[in-house]
Design a protein around this ligand. Structure first.
Ligand code: AMP
Length: 361
């Protein structure tokens, strides 16, 4: 495959959720078609994509169909099984970001180890395979510690605080699966930065944003984050270093903890477009979805400067019932994901409230 891909080429996406939907919409704007592979019937992305292969991620025939239909293949969530990418790579498919970034991000132990090796600070952590590993870590790192499954956790799931005496119960609570324990991050604020790296190695970074969570789920993003220019610069340095260390192509989201002294540690990164970058849809000169499409297609990256201050608010569960109110609010841009069923905490859509505002939902 030669890059840049011309308009009219097809971008394959593993995953059919809202991130795939917004990627497909951005791709269409640049004249690309999208082919989606998802196990989900009637998925949010399928409803705006040119083609969908509905199958398990590791279905070899469906992966072959996706490879045949696509000029480049990307993914919209990080729990795509490694076997799927291996199969596509054997077929000679162009995949971006690469399998390595995905493998590192899928495993909290590999992720933190990689970050530290790249010179990026994280909280202290230790590997947990058996209950005694937790006891040892409590002696070495102090108490309490946050026990997290190595794989498959998201939105705060698969995590439990543990103190001496509680090791066995905590390990059982996360299903006795391979895990890590982390020292508490004494943060005063959670932040995030979205970065992109093109096929030519050029990097474009969006400004630091402030994240507000509720019950482990992102509720609100304030962009740009208020605060010192030193903090913003160090966030950008972290994201730039990570993108280069991963030899990354595409958009990546980095979640950060800010301490009282303004110093930053990395919580985790997502090798994909990210919820903390949804504000770019209405307030960025190039939104993160277009940026990702540009990067994987080998196009030059677009400008990342915010055009206006913005607050992104996720519409979770029944929040979506307020859609008509947001639709007539002149300060609001409304994005709905076309999910037929609302469940508590389910991401149904979001609004971008433009201009300085702390009105919330
Ligand atoms: P994660 O799934 O790792 O992103 O964690 C979900 C949320 O749990 C984060 O956004 C933080 O609010 C909190 N959290 C994660 N790790 C730590 C930690 N080491 N110390 C304190 N809070 C944490």
């Amino acid at each position: 495959m030669t890059f840049p891909l011309p308009p009219g080429s097809t971008i394959g996406i593993l995953g059919g959720g809202q991130l795939g939907r917004m990627l497909a919409m951005a791709a269409a704007r640049l004249g690309f078609d999208v082919a989606v592979l998802t196990p989900e019937p009637n998925a949010p992305a399928s409803r705006v994509a040119a083609r969908t292969f509905q199958a398990d991620y590791e279905d070899p025939a469906a992966l072959d169909d996706l490879a045949d239909a696509s000029d480049v293949i990307t993914f919209e969530f990080e729990n795509v099984p490694a076997g799927a990418l291996e199969h596509l790579a054997r077929r000679g498919a162009a995949i971006a970001p690469g399998a390595r970034a995905l493998a590192v991000a899928q495993d909290r132990l590999a992720e933190k180890t990689f970050l530290n090796a790249a010179g990026l600070a994280t909280v202290a952590f230790a590997k947990v395979d058996v209950v005694d590993d937790i006891t040892d870590a409590l002696k070495q790192l102090g108490a309490p510690l946050l026990l997290k499954t190595r794989r498959g956790g998201y939105d705060g799931k698969g995590q439990v605080w543990v103190r001496p005496g509680e090791e066995a119960g905590a390990f059982a609570a996360i299903g006795g699966r391979p895990a890590i324990v982390e020292a508490p991050a004494n943060f005063t604020r959670e932040c995030a930065v979205i970065g992109a790296r093109g096929r030519d190695g050029r990097i474009a970074l969006y400004p630091l944003t402030e994240s507000h969570h509720q019950g482990g789920i992102l509720r609100r993003t304030v962009a740009p984050a208020p605060g010192s220019s030193d903090t913003r610069a160090s966030a950008e340095a972290i994201a730039g270093r990570l993108l280069a260390a991963l030899d990354y192509v595409g958009v990546l989201g980095v979640e950060l903890f800010e301490a009282a002294d303004g110093s930053l540690t990395v919580n985790e990164f997502a090798p994909r477009v990210h919820n903390t970058g949804h504000w770019t849809l209405d307030a960025g000169l190039t939104d993160q979805f277009e940026q990702h499409v540009r990067a994987v297609a080998g196009w030059p990256l677009g400008p990342t400067r915010p055009a206006v201050d913005v607050e992104m608010i996720n519409l979770l569960g029944d929040d979506i019932a307020g859609w008509a109110r947001y639709a007539v609010d002149p300060t609001c841009r409304l994005w709905l994901y076309g999910k037929p069923q609302s469940r508590p905490g389910r991401k149904m859509g979001h609004i971008n409230r433009l201009g300085k505002s702390t009105r919330g939902i």
